[in-house]
Design a protein around this ligand. Structure first.
Ligand code: BES
Ligand code: MN
Ligand code: ZN
Length: 495
């Protein structure tokens, strides 16, 4: 059952349940349709509570005098009257947090036109993201009362029909993000590579064509690097290829590639045990690609898109690859595998090569929880962005600002190549501690044909163990689905 239901109605009708109203820092209610007694009530309550209307602050007035039929009044701050305007996603999250499990009407008449509709859509998205939980394996649900009665938000707006239409795309996006979060949260005994591929196959329900290459297929094709990563695992490796054909038939696709290491123990170069459980999230890149494909297909985006995910598990056993092994990758380039914990680049190299050959895309973005070093460089605030194209990098940076999922561009340069030179093969799979995220990206670039716009997002910091915010109360925020949906919407869709 959905934890939140959303409805829209025109301003004017009487509210039921709780009432949510907005004020800026002058404490004057905005958003239309306010009962007459409201302004004075807010002024008095704000003085008593020292509520200043700061952005995302919420003041609750239970059983508000003079507001017949209203259980509680929630006054939501929008910040400075002359400021840049609030982040409506976070405002929506703050509302859903406060009225969780209750029914509320939000007075959201923010004026006519596209900006007002967009603001409401953002608020609704924030509310949906805030309401997400992942409690599949809790036999006693921590918030059973809330689960039993979903949050019900009705937005009173100037253009209810318009808001309804705008919300169709917003719902697709929220579903895509929450699907990615589900995948990241699933434990590695449940979500092994072939099970992950089955979850991807479920996208056929929204019109995505999905093809799965099993381990035998991968061997036949020659994706030896990807297969080598999974050699120590009891589970077979596979690749899921997702295709959404929303654009003109002759238009080359854009392509998204995800690292899907369902569990990364490090392999023979085994990781320390403390915190190793987090490595169930080493498939966050793949999860983001699946969530993005859902978001685009469910709103019938006018664009041709390929999603390709390399699914495997990195485990140590007698069949596992050894440091010192030399692998011939699909591209024909050879790799001296010196550290089995640098496995993500092996997976991605083969998948990158394969999709370029098969689909002739006009650009590729890959996402991977690739290096701990990106956390050292950027913490969890930005994902690392590496690109051979200034235009694509700028588009991603702009989409990041709009979506709130920020990326910071890092360097690629031939000078770094010497760090991954190998004595025995074309390259080795690590470049040592210094510039660890850069040498990883430099490695990936060797699997991208000259001239093809490509960007790599290192999401080791953002893809798991997510910071708690007004729109995220779980371990995974589904990072990247919003960013890439914005990128596609602003740059690659047909009019
Ligand atoms: N999956 C890890 C990177 C990672 C670290 C993701 C922390 C999320 C949080 C990756 O496969 C890895 O182990 N990278 C090594 C590379 C090193 C051996 C060159 C690392 O970062 O230590
Ligand atoms: Mn690793
Ligand atoms: Zn990994």
């Amino acid at each position: 059952m959905d934890r939140i239901t959303i409805a829209f109605r025109p301003v004017g009708a009487a509210a039921e349940g709780d009432l949510v109203v907005f004020v800026r820092d002058d404490l004057v209610p905005v958003g239309g349709g306010q009962p007459a007694a409201l302004a004075e009530l807010i002024r008095r309550a704000a003085a008593a509570e020292r509520f200043k209307g700061k952005a995302k602050a919420v003041m609750t007035v239970p059983a508000p005098a003079g507001l017949d039929g209203i259980a509680s009044l929630h006054v939501v701050g929008l910040g400075a009257k002359d400021g840049a305007g609030p982040d409506w996603r976070l405002i929506g999250g703050a509302i859903a947090g406060r009225v969780s499990g209750r029914e509320a009407t939000v007075l959201a008449d923010l004026g006519e036109g596209a900006d007002a509709l967009a603001a409401v859509a953002e608020m609704v998205l924030g509310a949906r993201l805030r309401s997400y939980r992942w409690d599949r394996f809790k036999s006693k649900k921590p918030d059973a009362d809330e689960a039993a009665s979903p949050t019900r938000l009705t937005f009173a707006v100037a253009d209810a029909a318009g808001a309804e239409r705008a919300d169709a795309a917003g719902l697709a996006l929220a579903e895509g993000i929450n699907l990615a979060r589900d995948l990241v949260h699933e434990p590695p005994n449940v979500l092994f590579p072939e099970e992950f591929a089955r979850r991807a196959q479920a996208l056929d329900a929204v019109g995505v064509e999905v093809e799965v290459l099993g381990e035998e297929d991968l061997r036949t094709i020659g994706m030896r690097a990807l297969v080598a990563v999974g050699d120590g695992s009891a589970h077979d490796s596979c690749v899921a290829l997702m295709q959404w054909k929303g654009g003109a038939p002759d238009e080359p696709p854009i392509c998204f590639v995800g690292k899907g290491v369902c569990f990364d123990s490090g392999g023979i170069s085994i990781k320390p045990s403390g915190g190793m459980e987090d490595m169930k999230g080493d498939m966050a890149g793949a999860a983001t690609v699946v969530g993005l494909m859902h978001a685009l297909a469910a709103r019938k985006a006018k664009v041709n898109v390929i999603g390709a995910i390399g699914l495997t598990e990195n485990m140590p056993d007698g069949k596992a690859q050894r440091p010192g092994d030399i692998i011939t990758t699909l591209s024909g380039q050879t790799v001296e595998m010196v550290n089995s914990d640098a496995e993500g680049r092996l997976v991605l190299g083969d998948v990158l090569w394969y999709v370029q050959d098969r689909y002739k895309p006009k650009m590729i973005v890959d996402l991977a929880t690739l290096t701990g070093a990106i956390l050292v460089a950027l913490a969890q605030e930005y994902a690392g962005l590496f690109s051979n194209s200034d235009e694509l990098a700028d588009r991603l940076i702009a989409a990041g600002r709009k979506s709130g999922e920020l990326v910071w561009r890092m360097p690629l340069a031939p000078a770094y190549d010497k760090l991954i030179d190998s004595k025995f093969a074309d390259m080795k799979n690590t470049g040592g501690r210094h510039g660890g995220s850069i040498t990883a990206a430099q490695f990936l670039q060797r699997y991208v044909r000259d001239g093809l716009p490509w960007a790599h997002l290192d999401i080791a910091g953002t893809g798991m163990n997510a910071p708690q915010t007004d729109i995220n109360k779980t371990w995974s925020a589904g990072w990247g689905v919003r960013l890439l949906e914005q990128l596609v919407r602003d740059n690659y869709e047909e009019a």
